[in-house]
Design a protein around this ligand. Structure first.
Ligand code: NAP
Ligand code: MG
Length: 402
């Protein structure tokens, strides 16, 4: 069989621990036999980040701007324990944070749905994709403990030195205070990333804030989304047959619970933090969550939502058998290959991505799965496979589809 051709390379960002093991298995067993894989390789494993003073992370993000599509393996964000473990020169920053800052993107997370892994909310038959604004609000809040009676004000001083003041509260006793901010430019990028991604995936977009209570702060979010929608996206949405829908956050939560899924839910930073954990848990498993960073300029970086599965890696190092789920990492590859196929007009590459995803789902639905899914699957004839055997089972299904 002739291998499927690619024209533009994918930016390949290798990573750490158990997911680095999965990465190689996925390439060797599921990609290289079928695709004439073209990638520009960046080793984001912690050793090489340390060796290059993290330059490799910056280079990989710049390469993503050049080529447009990247696929990333999970990486370690160093903490104190990692300093001696990897003999680090510095506690390097989270690669995801660095890449997100350079691409100015929004992260979209969606569950992969298979028969046998039933969501806790029984009417959620389609995935719910959460988009979380990743800048500001309470995450950049400045706080104060007010010890005793006194007056608290908001003060803005413009460049000419003129002040605008707003009374926050006349404290009669002790209390607490918090100042937070956001930037129009950041909200605009968030809005454009969301509108583009909705068009891209042909799904409705929901957005919610508490603008009835927060008449300036939250209302600005609502207005920016609305203005950009009206000016740049309304016609595109109408011709794609999708909808932009704004409502209050509490109404959104009620509607989400009653819905069947199948839309993107754009959330302010805090709402996204909370709701993404709720949605992920309700859909069953972190190992079945995909994640894509989409920038307002049309750059994409695909990855799994989970981390490097450290505990499994230590077992692997001791020579013990592991049963680590590769599905989210495989879907990162298929997402990136499909997008590459779409941009380069390579229908065969897109079809391959579809078939590999189908092979993953069919394999699980036929009862072959890793331990995490085995624990929660409602299938009767289920079998737990180790890491390698599960990937080989997917390969067998894929060969049947090719
Ligand atoms: P994790 O890698 O997400 O794993 C946490 C636990 O979830 C695992 O111990 C395992 O449970 C289960 N799990 C997650 N993915 C799984 C999979 N594919 N198959 C089977 N089980 C899976 O989180 P962590 O162990 O707390 O973090 C490890 C490292 O990942 C940290 O250094 C962190 O910085 C990094 N991290 C990176 C990213 C990223 O690059 N995007 C995201 C998050 C964390 P059991 O042990 O019970 O089997
Ligand atoms: Mg959280």
């Amino acid at each position: 069989m002739e291998k499927i051709k690619m024209t533009t390379p994918l930016v390949e960002m290798d990573g750490d621990e158990m997911t680095r093991i999965l990465w190689k298995l996925i390439k060797d067993e599921l990609l290289l036999p079928f695709v004439d894989l073209k990638t520009e390789y960046y080793d984001l494993g912690l050793d090489y980040r340390n060796e290059t003073n993290d330059q490799v992370t910056f280079d990989s993000a710049e390469a993503t701007k050049k080529y447009g599509v990247a696929v990333k393996c999970a990486t370690i964000t160093p903490n104190a324990a990692r300093m001696p473990e990897y003999n680090l020169k510095e506690m390097w920053k989270s690669p995801n944070g660095t890449i997100r800052a350079i691409l100015d993107g929004t992260v979209f997370r969606a569950p992969i749905i298979v028969k046998g892994i039933e969501p806790y909310v029984k009417n959620w038959t389609k995935p719910i994709t959460i988009a979380r604004h990743a800048y500001g609000d309470v995450y950049k809040g400045v706080e104060m403990k007010i010890p005793a009676a006194g007056k608290a004000e908001l003060v803005y001083t413009n460049e000419a030195g003129e002040e605008t003041r707003e009374l926050i509260h006349n404290f009669e006793g002790a209390g607490i205070l918090q100042g937070m901010h956001n930037l129009n430019a950041s909200i605009e990028s968030f809005a454009r990333s969301c509108f583009n991604y909705a068009l891209d995936t042909k799904q409705d977009l929901w957005f919610a804030t508490k603008d009835t209570i927060s008449k300036k702060y939250d209302h600005t979010f609502k207005d920016i989304f609305n203005d950009i929608y009206e000016a740049e996206y309304k016609e595109k949405f109408e011709s794609a047959g999708i909808e932009y829908f704004y409502t209050l956050i509490d109404d959104a939560v009620a509607r989400v619970m009653r819905s069947e899924g199948g839309y993107i839910w754009a959330c302010k930073n805090y709402d996204g933090d909370v709701m993404s954990d709720m949605v992920a848990t309700a859909f069953g498993s972190l190992s079945m969550m995909t994640s894509v960073l989409a920038s307002p300029n049309g750059y994409y970086e695909y990855e799994a939502a989970h981390g490097t599965v450290q505990r499994h890696y230590y077992k692997h190092l001791k020579g013990e058998e592991t049963s680590t789920n590769p599905i989210a990492t495989i879907f990162a590859w298929t997402g990136a290959l499909r997008k590459r196929g779409e941009l380069d007009n390579l229908p065969e590459l897109m079809t391959f991505a579809d078939k590999l995803e189908k092979a993953c789902i069919t394999t699980i639905e036929n009862g072959e799965m890793t331990g995490d899914l085995y624990l929660i699957s409602t299938l009767e004839n289920k079998k737990k496979l180790n890491t390698q055997d599960f990937i080989l089972a997917i390969r067998k299904t894929l060969e049947g589809l090719m």
